[in-house]
Each structure stands twice: as C-alpha cells, then as structure tokens.
Design a protein around this ligand. Sequence first.
Ligand code: BG6
Length: 464
Amino acid sequence: MTKFPKTFLWGGAIAANQAEGAYLTAGKGLSTSDVQPNGIFGGVVKRTNNDQYIKDIAIDFYHRYPEDIALFAEMGFTCLRTSIAWSRIFPRGDEQEANEEGLAFYDKLFAEMAKYHIQPVVTLSHYEMPYHLVTEYGGWGSRQVITFFERYARTVFQRYKDKVKLWLTFNEINMSLHAPMTGVGLAETSSKTAVYQAIHHQLVASARVTKACHEIIPDAKIGNMLLGGLVYPLTCKPNDIWEAMTENRTWLFFGDVQCRGAYPGYMLRYFKDNQIHLNITEEDKQDLKQTIDFISLSYYMTGCITADKEEYNKKRGNILSMIPNPHLESSQWGWQIDPQGLRTILNLLWDRYQKPLFIVENGLGAIDQVTPEGDIIDDYRIQYINDHLVQVHEAIQDGVDVMGYTSWGPIDIVSASNAQMSKRYGFIYVDRDDQGNGTLERKRKKSFYWYQKIIKSKGELLIR
Ligand code: BG6
C-alpha cells in the first residue's frame, strides 16, 4: 500500500522567468534571467530593442494562466509552486515604491488558484533579480541588496498575506557556486571570496525575511530551498568516503546555516584553509539565528566522486561535475536517474535537521513525440515519477515528515540550463519549439491522466 497522508500536498512547480514571458510588460524591469537568454550557463548578453529570445514569451503563462490553472485543477492539484518576479514588483530593485501593476498581476494569479482551492507555494527569488542591481550595485556582492530584498519581501508578504501561507526564500541557494550570475548576480569569473561574500549576504537576507514573514503573516510557514545534490563515493576507499562527505557539505552548508542559525565549523575551516576572508558582522550573526520553518528541495539525480584526481578528471561529466554512476541509467540530458537516492536524501535531511521536508522539484526532462493522432505517450515520465513517489512513500514510512511533492514543470516550460523548449517535463504539452515556432496550444499528455489518478488515489495506485 502506498497511500500518502491526508495532509500531503500534491502539485507541480514552475518559475516566473521560465513560464510567464511578458518580460517587459506592465512596467517589469530587466532581470538577470532576461540578460541570460541562453540559459544559466549561456552567458550574459547585452540586449538591444530588436532582440527576441525564447524566455521573452516563454509559454506566455502571464496571459494564459487561467487556462493553465484550470488544467492543474483538473489533475487535482492541491498546491502550485511558482515564483514572483522581483523585477515586476521593483523593476530596478532599489525603488522606494512598488510597481502596482506588477502586484496586481499576482493578485489575479493567486485569486485564480483560490478558485480551485490550489494552495500557492511562492518562491521569492527563483534564479533572477533586477538586473539594475547587478550593474549599479554589483549584485549580492553589495550589502545594500539585503535591504532592497527585505523591502521587496515585506511588500509581497503584506500584499498577499491572506492568500499565500507557504513561502520559500531563494531557489537552490547552493547553486550560486556553479552559476554566480544566476544565483547572486556576479560574473562567472568572480573569485571564491566574492561568491561566498555574496552568498553570506543572501543567507542574512533569507534569515531577515523569515523573521519578517513571521511578523507579517503569523500563520504562514517559510522554508529555504536546496538543490539536493547527493553525491556518492565512487569506491569504499576511506579517501573517497571523505571526499564524498566533503562534497556533500558544500551544499549541506546552506542548510546548516539556515536550519541551525550559524556557520558550521567545517566551513570556517574551509574558509581559513583557502584564505577566504568574509565580512561577517555581529549583527549578521544575530540575524542568522532566525532559522527557517521547513526545508524544501529539488531532486533530480545523484553522481559519484573520488579523491583520485586523475580518475576524477577522466570521468567527470554533467553540470555538477560528478562522475556518472555505473549502476544507473541516464536521461537524454545525461542526468542520472536514481529514485532510491530520494529516499536517502530525505532520511539524511530529516536525521540532520528534524524539520519538515517538501520536495518542490523532481521530474524527467525528455524529448516528447506527438503521434499523427496528436497524442503524447510519455510512459518514461510516468515511470520516473512513479518510482520517485514510491521512494517518497518509503521515506514517510521511515518516519520522515514530508509535507508534499510538486513535480517540476507540470506544464512544459523553458529549461533553465539551456533555455530549451525541447527539454520537456510536463504533463501538459505546449506547442512551441526551441526556435520559438508554434501556436502555444496546450495538450494533455498520457501522464496527465496518470498523475490525476495518482493524486485522486492519494498515491495508492503507484506501482512498486
Ligand atoms: C532546477 C531549477 O535546477 O532544475 C529549475 O530550480 C530548472 O529552474 C530545473 O528548470 C530543471 O533544470 P533544466 O535545466 O532541465 O530546466
């Protein structure tokens, strides 16, 4: 039996910059995502008025959200994770007054969800910030940005306090180490010290807005968001075990600060050994003591690591520079599929923090074919999500407190790493290709009906 608890939240997750489009509509300012039209590893471009990029329209969720939310409701979603584009609310980021048109858009969006009793789970910053803060202040490298972010967060808490009770601070806060422009608004060539200083500012900001959220919306809960980058040792050599532990700590560090309220000793040693000198004030240390209410995470893959540098350099592969696990299959994008790893990571995080966990991203990016009859038979996606949900259920049986599951991109959206439409995660197909051709028409895939049944049965129909 794989029946999930009654309170378990079921849904999907999208992000403003990958779904909304309308990138300059209603007073919105340019964001870091808008100047990275080729994805988070595609570099920054200088935009001119005639440029047109895939994310500028994305899937036009900005205009089509009523249709999309109706489809999510048809699948039985009880929650939907999305983000607010900071640059819709504060187009430059440093204004005193918010942009009313931007605020009004999310009023309508949350009201639409409420019609179907879909609970919003809202990320304050998902892979974007106003670009003006980068050019004028140096992104999160500047302490002033903490104040701007707090102003933005307080504004949206105040505005949506009756509509939104679940909040997340920074999407995949640990990703800044791999993609500094996306994470903290810094150039890719930035030094480790600069990136960690910017991360420090972001951690302080996260703590401050957590406090603000509790003050403004006492019945809300606010969580962090970690990229669950679980790494295994390639062999059982003690050196490899240590290497894997060290690698896992590069992302667990963020959780340690956000859940325990202080920098862990291993990180202070790392800074010292690497001559990374950060400006951490007494006030910062006090602020950091404010911990989050729950942990949210994305989970897509695992990988391996070894202390043997030659072996590592020979075998390392995908974006997180991990060595492929010879015991696992990979997706078409080389992401290794490891459902059991999800049970492991949930147990690991629960053992470490004893805070509720929320899986806010998981799914399979794949190329879908539309049959001549117009159907999309995505059995591979059904299999992937089935197998991961079975492991979530196992973790719940292990005693882990899991709040819910939102699959990534329940409707096809633009991928973050390469800005492709062809890397599809959805239960709903969107007619648009990598060049931007297509009608944007929505179509239910086979997985749409499958997920609907899974939600209706509260997981009971999952296959072990
Ligand atoms: C996560 C991000 O890293 O992975 C999402 O939070 C992203 O924004 C998702 O879309 C999947 O990655 P990609 O590159 O396949 O879109």
